[in-house]
Design a binder for this molecule. Structure first.
Ligand SMILES: [Zn+2]
Ligand SMILES: [Zn+2]
Length: 347
């Protein structure tokens, strides 16, 4: 079957740009290997250099495939965007990467935002605007920008100076994207002793603060317990991110060891939600720990921890997990509107 030709869209994107962006989105949604995603992103960059008129001319003369860096798949995707050849590559990807919703369908419907996301400000793949537009397209009312803090140099963590620049950008984007809202935030590193990688006066300026461990994951159990309790007791911390740091896919990683009763009791006491991290390789916390957090009456936040637009759809996994654990919508931070959320976490 041959695909319908696309027109320039409301964001001014040429047909080849829309088609390649969609493929990148779907590959990210399906947790495809980075090199595969990059090949398509690079293909788009090569064609951007040529300009859309030249791209269309090459497509129509069948000479696109002769370009260096443009393989069979990119050629077929781009050609289909101009109504030439089969659209089966994208169609198959649409089906194969679809994330089905089971028990969490109702809860997913009630989510109003996502509290954990990354953009090019740290180690995300696209600019913040693109993340926000994708969140909006999924029906969210808000997205919290939670890029990494400075200590995570490998992820280009934000210094207070760069955070200030990001906050300015958020203000500009919010003026343009109304009523959609980007909330300010950070995924702040929890240091070895439970202190946080951003001074309190900065944490106080942010709408939402996630505190996460990213190093010395297999610290001694007692030390890790104290480290986490100290972090979640900080009055500026709203969410404890991926609490065990386990990885269940790819380069697997054992969970860190801590006294979960102490940590969750502290989360409940200090009004810090426990994150249900939806990343397929994390699936954190494990079911038994999630059940314990509920016993302690902790709130939860169903977070994509998306580093690219397609990954924002991963909240579906967390909704199923929460529903299976019997979690009621009132316990979930992001079933609240942005204003309700801000009131709730500041109390
Ligand atoms: Zn993290
Ligand atoms: Zn993160």
């Amino acid at each position: 079957m041959s695909g319908d030709a696309l027109a320039i869209d409301d964001r001014g994107r040429a047909p080849y740009q829309q088609a390649l962006d969609r493929v990148v989105y779907l590959l990210d949604r399906g947790l495809a290997p980075t090199r595969k995603v990059r090949a398509f992103a690079k293909g788009r960059a090569i064609l951007d250099e040529l300009g859309s008129d030249e791209v269309e001319r090459l497509v129509r003369s069948g000479r696109l495939i002769a370009l260096e860096g443009i393989g069979e798949s990119i050629n077929s995707v781009v050609s289909a965007a101009y109504g030439i050849g089969s659209a089966s590559y994208v169609e198959k990807l649409e089906t194969d990467t679809l994330i089905p919703l089971g028990s969490g369908a109702e809860l997913r419907h009630q989510l109003k935002g996502d509290c954990h996301s990354h953009s090019e400000w740290s180690d995300g793949s696209v600019e913040l605007r693109s993340m926000a537009e994708a969140a909006q397209a999924l029906g969210h009312q808000y997205l919290v920008a939670t890029d990494h803090s400075a200590r995570l140099t490998i992820a280009h963590g934000l210094s207070p100076e760069r955070l200030a620049e990001q906050i300015d950008e958020i203000e500009r984007l919010n003026a343009e994207m109304k009523p959609f809202r980007i909330l300010t935030g950070m995924e702040v590193d929890i240091l070895d002793d439970g202190q946080l990688d951003l001074p309190n006066e900065w944490l106080a300026r942010l709408d939402v603060v996630i505190a996460s461990v990213h190093h010395r994951i297999h610290q001694d159990r007692d030390e890790m317990t104290k480290r986490l309790v100290r972090a979640v007791a900080n009055p500026h911390v709203d969410i404890l991110g991926h609490c065990t740091n386990r990885k269940v896919l790819g380069n697997k990683r054992k969970p860190s060891s801590f006294d979960a009763d102490y940590v969750f009791a502290a989360c409940a006491r200090f009004n810090t939600a426990v994150e249900i991290n939806c990343r397929p390789e994390r699936q954190d916390p494990p079911e038994e720990l999630l059940a314990l957090a509920i016993e302690w009456d902790c709130r939860v936040s169903i977070d994509s921890d998306a580093h690219s637009p397609g990954q924002l759809e991963w909240v579906n996994y967390g909704c199923d997990k929460a529903a299976d654990a019997g979690i009621e919508p009132e316990r979930v931070l992001n079933t609240r509107t942005a204003d309700e959320l801000l009131t709730l976490i500041s109390s």
